[in-house]
Design a binder for this molecule. Structure first.
Ligand SMILES: NC(=O)c1ccc[n+]([C@@H]2O[C@H](COP(=O)([O-])OP(=O)(O)OC[C@H]3O[C@@H](n4cnc5c(N)ncnc54)[C@H](OP(=O)(O)O)[C@@H]3O)[C@@H](O)[C@H]2O)c1
Length: 189
């Protein structure tokens, strides 16, 4: 894959039983408020120097409580096919993943440069975007019985090479042990 102006990085957390979420609107992330170390990692990684983009599907956008969206200090982009979807203030709404690939090549029109583009879910968007991504930041949550009915069983990282990882034990406010992994494409070595 040729080098882009801004790399595309998928960032996701997945439990040992492949659970990544839930359709329960009260608890779309089953480990909500039970893994602050992962939440802080997500915030720090996606915010970076304040020149990053976060991309999410319309369903993931709707799981974020109103007071927390758009995610601050990042340019938020929502993917939807709904022509009537009203664009929230200071948020871009796009109808095609090609727009994201274009932004990786050329940056956003107008504003400041884009450093990194984070794909922040959900499963529908990961499935379409990981094949185009330059990196994957994966949190493995070491819990084989995580509750939740949104699964990502077909996540295939066979083309990817782990180049960094850090583990955290459960304890304090963190209910589960986790490992953060970062992957790059094998042929990018
Ligand atoms: N564990 C994690 O790291 C993580 C991260 C994020 C989310 N999640 C979880 O994942 C779940 C949501 O995932 P999901 O797969 O159901 O939904 P999603 O990926 O968040 O959103 C799907 C929606 O995105 C839009 N879309 C998809 N492909 C598109 C394309 N090519 N062009 C334009 N729009 C497109 C469509 O919106 P319209 O229907 O409006 O057209 C589609 O219904 C939630 O439970 C959430 O908590 C987990």
């Amino acid at each position: 894959m040729k080098k882009r102006k801004a790399p595309i990085i998928a960032i996701l957390a997945i439990a040992d039983n492949h659970v990544v979420g839930s359709t329960d609107p009260k608890r779309p992330l089953p480990w909500q408020r039970q893994l602050p170390t992962d939440m802080n990692y997500f915030t720090a990684a996606t915010t970076g120097n304040g020149n990053n983009v976060v991309v999410m599907g319309r369903k993931t956008w709707e799981t974020i409580p109103l007071k927390y969206r758009p995610l601050p200090d990042r340019h938020n982009i929502i993917l939807t096919r709904d022509e009537e979807f009203p664009p929230p203030e200071n948020v871009s709404v796009v109808r095609d993943i090609d727009v994201i690939l274009q932004i990786a090549e050329t940056g956003l029109h107008n504003e400041k440069p884009v450093e990194q583009i984070f794909i922040a879910g959900g499963v529908d968007i990961y499935r379409q975007m990981i094949p185009h991504a330059d990196g994957v930041y994966l949190t493995r949550i070491h819990e084989p019985n995580m509750e939740g009915d949104v699964l990502y069983e077909d996540l295939d990282l066979s083309d990817w090479e782990k180049f960094w990882y850090v583990s955290h034990d459960a304890g304090g406010e963190d209910k589960y042990p986790i490992t953060f992994y970062r992957y790059r494409r094998k042929h990018d070595q």
